[in-house]
Design a protein around this ligand. Structure first.
Ligand SMILES: [Mg+2]
Length: 258
């Protein structure tokens, strides 16, 4: 399978209209899959403060109502947050915890529960060394957030977490903007997209995301798919937009209001 060449940082952003043209040219039905934080919702100082960009929910619902579009939200957030913090309806294909939570998946077994307890305690000990750091509890993971710390503390605490879990084969690490997440069940956005593709059988996939965890999905896209990276930084995606508002604009061009 041909892969698009990796793009460096600072190559500039694409015009929303060009991305819309590329997506409209894809074979149908289209699986349109999108990340949330940094893609549909501006990054907030605290994760619980994040909300969808203006117009995002309306246009998601319009896209989902199309006969030739399957709309999926693929996020590192828990399914509960997707439903209740962001108000995303369960009628969409909602995938939480990087794919570990699909269709209200199986609860943790005893081994996973014990492992998650140990991970949570270890990350809490690291967080306690840096004012402003905190540990978020997720159904299948614990996440060390360092957005509220000094830059030095952020670097030091993430390095400490890496030293502890980077080579631990029992766990699955997701690194993002100012967050180090340790999951006890294997899942990536690539495996989530592959599962959606297998279940829904689309003609092509368009995937939008902003973070390192989204790169696992971008590199697996085929020549008939479209990847859109939001923000700066290296990416395997073919296209690039600047902000969640631009993402909403692309979606509005794909599904104009009546
Ligand atoms: Mg994101």
């Amino acid at each position: 399978m041909n892969k698009p060449a990796e793009r460096g940082a600072g190559e500039g952003f694409d015009e929303p209209a060009d991305i819309v043209e590329a997506i409209l040219a894809l074979p149908r039905p289209l699986l349109l899959a999108t990340d949330v934080d940094g893609t549909l919702a501006p990054i907030a100082a605290r994760p619980e403060q994040a909300r969808l960009a203006p117009g995002a929910l309306d246009v998601l619902l319009r896209l989902a109502a199309r006969d030739d579009v399957e709309l999926a939200v693929v996020s590192g957030r828990s399914l509960d947050e997707l439903l209740h913090q962001f108000g995303l309806p369960p009628s969409l294909h909602l995938v939480g915890s990087h794919g570990a939570e699909m269709e209200h998946g199986a609860p943790l077994d005893d081994n996973e529960t014990a492992l998650l307890g140990g991970v949570t305690d270890a990350l809490a000990e690291i967080a306690a060394t840096a004012p402003g750091a905190r540990v978020e509890h997720k159904p299948l993971a614990a996440a060390l957030h360092v957005r509220g710390t000094t830059p030095d503390d952020a670097t030091r605490t993430i390095a400490a977490a890496r030293a502890m879990f980077g080579a631990d084969s029992r766990v699955h690490v997701h690194e993002g903007h100012q967050v180090y997440e340790v999951a006890v069940r294997p899942a990536t956005k690539a495996t989530a997209l592959a599962a959606l593709r297998a279940r829904l059988g689309p003609g092509a996939v368009a995937f939008l995301g902003d973070d390192r965890s989204d790169e696992t999905a971008f590199v697996e896209l085929g020549v008939d798919d479209v990847g859109v990276k939001v923000g700066s930084g290296p990416t395997a995606a073919r296209y690039r937009l600047a902000t969640p508002s631009d993402v909403v604009q692309v979606m509005q061009l794909l599904a104009p209001p009546d």
